[in-house]
Ligand binder design. Structure first.
Ligand code: ADP
Ligand code: MG
Length: 491
């Protein structure tokens, strides 16, 4: 059996992948996906040596405290045993909790020695954090990441994310349709496809879904999914080890479609942008598809070179907005069904009414409830959900009223509530008033006449006219749509 010293950092990381595969075969699928899959390889340290036998500390990064405790209680022994079997060495598991928000500069997770000066130069050029150096764990430099956030080993799309299990609603319909069109006919109509949204709304899911669909149609399709961060890390590695020709041929010639997640990560990193620019040109000019995602539209990515920005705007730019209530419920139900979780309707509605702007958080709470249920042997209930959310909220009190909506709209436009109710036709008041009418119609069960009462006794035709007008402007006036989204995010 190999001794530890023959393991490079890369091999340790591969060993972790093997341990994962063993566990995947050994435990129930949804448990694996809930607890083991989110763990990220961090590194390994020798901790003691007794009679020539070294004990190692395996460090894994867990997304939060809860998950860390769960893994410790349920899987620590299995993980340590699996490492022992594969390496012949005693390994202790240490779970670290991710503190930085995901997708920010994750270089502090890099495993490597204090870096030689040439690499430091490259790193600062690429915008890396110096803490990376302090986090060094193993005396061999390797900057390529194993599992970066959301990525599946080997640049392959993650089979868990498909079009089939993506719930479509008005907030993501356009992005979904664009993704399907690209998957159906890559490099034909929309190249590049640029998807953007705040975190947790399904960009990564759609990127994987495109890849999976292509592979489903043609298992030989050369599809790569990677995060922009991985692109940057591989570039550093290639520069450092003088492997640029291989790097270039991998990205410029090796794939028919490249799906790059969180592209905002390259902004301001000059060498990366330069390399990405040439990669983009090579792919685009040879009719190969590029799909990128970002947390904001191209023109809002700070420090992005103009020529790169322009290229993003060549194709189709599609956004995803926070899902509507119905979509949030449908997503919860889909996830519950997939993971075989019993989720009563009242709980689904309650969760969807509390968590509005991030699907990942919705999923997170479902997993927590499932964990609670299996720990206590009690089925998921409304009580449990309220308790788990940490506040004794009464679902009834979460119902929006016309008054609340008026107050939020008035605050947004810095108006007094009575101004919203009055009849002045000044545009600065008339538009907010119409928006408030539209939102009350949309979010309450009130009839047109009743709504009129809340606006100083206006006629039902006035309300109807306002709603129609705002609805039409959602398409034609992006600034109105944005304002409404911002207001709704406060509901
Ligand atoms: P982003 O990349 O925008 O931050 P993700 O694609 O990682 O978001 O989505 C976060 C989680 O929410 C994933 O588990 C994803 O499957 C789920 N999700 C987001 N939108 C949907 C949707 N419309 N239908 C089903 N699941 C969704
Ligand atoms: Mg993502």
């Amino acid at each position: 059996m190999a001794t530890h010293s023959s393991f490079t950092p890369e091999q340790w990381r591969d060993l972790w992948e093997s341990v994962c595969r063993n566990l995947e075969g050994a435990i129930v699928s949804h448990q694996f996906h809930a607890w083991i899959y989110p763990l990220k390889w961090q590194g390994v340290l020798p901790v003691s040596e007794i009679e020539g036998q070294t004990t190692y500390r395996i460090q894994l990064l867990s997304p939060n405290d809860f998950s860390s405790r769960w893994v410790k209680n349920h899987y620590q022994t299995s993980i340590e045993k699996a490492f022992l079997q594969l390496t012949g060495c005693h390994c202790e598991l240490e779970l670290l909790v991710q503190t930085a928000p995901p997708n920010q500069n994750q270089s502090s997770l890099v495993v490597g020695t204090p870096l030689p000066s040439i690499q430091s130069e490259i790193q600062s050029d690429l915008g890396f954090d110096r803490k990376a150096e302090e986090a060094s764990l193993i005396p061999t430099v390797s900057l390529s990441q194993g599992k970066s956030s959301g990525s599946f080993p080997g640049d392959m799309p993650d089979p868990r994310y498909t079009f089939d299990n993506f719930v479509v609603g008005s907030s993501n319909q356009f992005a979904h349709a664009s993704a399907v069109a690209v998957a159906d006919q890559p490099a034909k109509q929309y190249n590049p496809l640029f998807l953007y949204s705040p975190p947790g709304l399904g960009k990564t899911h759609l990127l994987h879904a495109i890849g999976n669909y292509l592979l489903y149609k043609n298992p030989k399709a050369r599809v790569a999914y990677l995060s922009a961060e991985k692109f940057v890390n591989e570039l550093i590695d290639a520069l450092q080890h003088r492997r640029m020709p291989q790097f270039r041929s991998k990205y410029r010639d090796g794939h028919d479609i490249i799906l790059i997640d969180d592209i905002q990560f390259i902004a301001g990193k000059h060498t990366s942008e330069e390399e990405f620019f040439h990669t983009f040109n090579a792919l685009h000019s040879s009719q190969r598809q590029i799909v990128v995602s970002s947390d904001r539209p191209p023109k809002e990515i700070k420090d992005l070179e103009e020529r790169v920005r322009t290229r993003f705007e060549w194709g189709l730019v599609a956004d995803i907005r926070p899902p509507e209530m119905e979509t949030r419920i449908a997503i919860l139900k889909t996830k519950a069904e997939r993971d075989d979780i019993y989720l009563p309707d009242d709980v689904a509605s309650f969760l969807a009414s509390c968590i509005k702007t991030n699907v990942r958080e919705l999923e997170g709470i479902l997993i927590r409830l499932q964990a609670q249920a299996s720990l206590t042997g009690v089925e998921i209930s409304l009580e449990m959900a309220k308790h788990e959310l940490g506040s004794p909220v009464d679902a009834e009190s979460l119902k929006l009223t016309a008054e609340t909506i008026q107050a939020i709209v008035a605050k947004h436009y810095k108006l007094k509530i009575h101004e919203l109710k009055a009849s002045t036709r000044m545009k600065s008041v008339a538009l907010p008033r119409q928006i408030a009418m539209y939102l009350v119609r949309k979010h309450t069960d009130l009839g047109l006449k009743e709504i009129g009462q809340f606006f100083g006794g206006k006629d039902h035709t006035t309300i109807l006219h306002a709603c129609g007008k705002i609805e039409a402007s959602l398409e034609t006036h992006p600034e109105i749509r944005l304002a409404i989204e911002r207001i709704q995010s406060l509901f």
